[in-house]
Design a protein around this ligand. Structure first.
Ligand SMILES: [Mg+2]
Length: 378
């Protein structure tokens, strides 16, 4: 089998109203944006991969100029050979991991198997956690948690971004109480990366991180995510050693080498790379294996779009040390309809709080080409 073409599109799917993401202080997000790649082969099989776009064309330029000329005519199965080119392309342009995702979609389709089964098929169901985007007052978050529970969710992740961390604790306290022991609560401080908008947002000191970790641990919060900057390995490792609550992170780290440092230095209890951001889909299986060997968990980050979430779901279901799927969803404006608009068949949470891993070959999902054309902006 040979690769015959790479086709790219930039899409913007509007939300029904503005979303104010916690990680961009003072910022507004009007919709979800993605770069969509389709790779064609002479066998008539087409693979799809997507990644973040933020309304810009860097990924399209990177793939067109640095990846496309090399990949045309190549064997799509030789991923371990192509990964070197992708790493180099990511050094000069955007990190083109969507290419590796699309190659695996081709391989899965050629094999007639969903990737999770091709890779060992650990489980066909994964517990979803609703991953919120906004900071909201305690009473509203309590209502949200009850609604999530009615929607089937048994786990919800909250954002900690108040100027006064005590206000964050009040939100978590209200959410835990509203869950009534039926809904697990996670907390994300998003301190790993600074995404400045009008302001930088709250920045935590080591002492704040430790105080919050202890308080959240007392409330039974499942994990505290990104309490410190992503390269402050010494402080993250020290925090993990000093507190009982599991510390999670890694969504903004990249490359096998960074995850090796994070794992060997015991920074995080839970590693959270993203198959569209951190390193290729199969490359992340190596990180999952290294984490497993160190007794650590591996729970991918999934904020690209529906296709990106589907890719991370196949990965999550293939390894024994995962257990959760991050499910971005924060109604009324951050909707499943917008986030998963590129899927013909959306991924749904069932009554027991789990998602069923799609069984179709490859990523298990079909790209909605009509939606790609309707929302295409470049
Ligand atoms: Mg996060």
């Amino acid at each position: 089998m040979r690769i015959t073409d790479l086709r790219l599109a930039l899409v913007f799917v509007p939300f029904p109203g503005p979303v104010y993401p916690a990680w961009r202080a003072g910022g507004v997000q009007e919709g979800t944006q993605a770069t969509v790649l389709e790779i064609d082969t002479d066998a008539g099989i087409t693979g799809v991969g997507t990644t973040f776009a933020h309304g810009r064309r860097e990924m399209i330029e990177t793939v067109e100029h640095m990846v496309r000329p090399y990949l045309i005519g190549k064997d799509p199965f030789a991923v371990e050979r192509h990964i070197h080119l992708l790493r180099t392309a990511g050094m000069f342009g955007a990190r083109p991991w969507l290419v590796e995702v699309a190659l695996w979609d081709i391989i899965g389709k050629a094999a007639g198997l969903p990737l999770y089964r091709l890779w060992g098929g650990y489980t066909d169901r994964v517990k979803a956690y609703a991953s919120t985007a906004e900071v909201r007052p305690p009473a509203r978050r309590a209502d949200d948690v009850r609604r999530y529970r009615d929607d089937g969710f048994r786990a919800v992740k909250l954002r900690l971004h108040h100027d006064d961390p005590q206000d964050d604790l009040r939100v978590v306290e209200a959410a835990v109480a509203a869950g009534g022991g039926e809904v697990e609560i996670m907390a994300d401080a998003n301190q790993g990366t600074i995404l400045p908008y009008h302001t930088m947002g709250p920045r935590w000191s080591y002492e704040t991180a430790r105080f919050m970790a202890r308080e959240l641990g007392q409330m039974g919060v499942v994990w505290l995510e990104e309490p410190l900057p992503r390269f402050d390995f010494d402080s993250i490792a020290r925090l993990s050693a000093e507190v009982d609550i599991p510390i999670a992170g890694g969504e903004a780290n990249a490359g096998l080498h960074e995850f090796r440092w994070l794992i060997e230095r015991r920074c995080y209890d839970i590693l959270q790379p993203d198959a569209t951001l951190s390193e290729g889909l199969f490359q992340l299986r190596k990180i999952a294996g290294l984490a497993e060997a160190h007794g650590l968990r591996f729970v991918p980050h999934t904020w690209a779009d529906g296709i990106g979430m589907a890719a991370n779901l196949q990965l999550a279901a293939s390894v024994p040390n995962c257990g959760y799927l991050e499910f971005p969803y924060d109604p009324p404006h951050f909707t499943m309809g917008a986030f998963q608009a590129l899927l013909v068949e959306p991924i749904r949470v069932e009554a027991d709080g789990c998602v069923r891993v799609p069984e179709a070959p490859g990523l298990g999902v079909e790209l909605n080409r009509e939606a790609v054309e309707r929302f295409r902006v470049g």
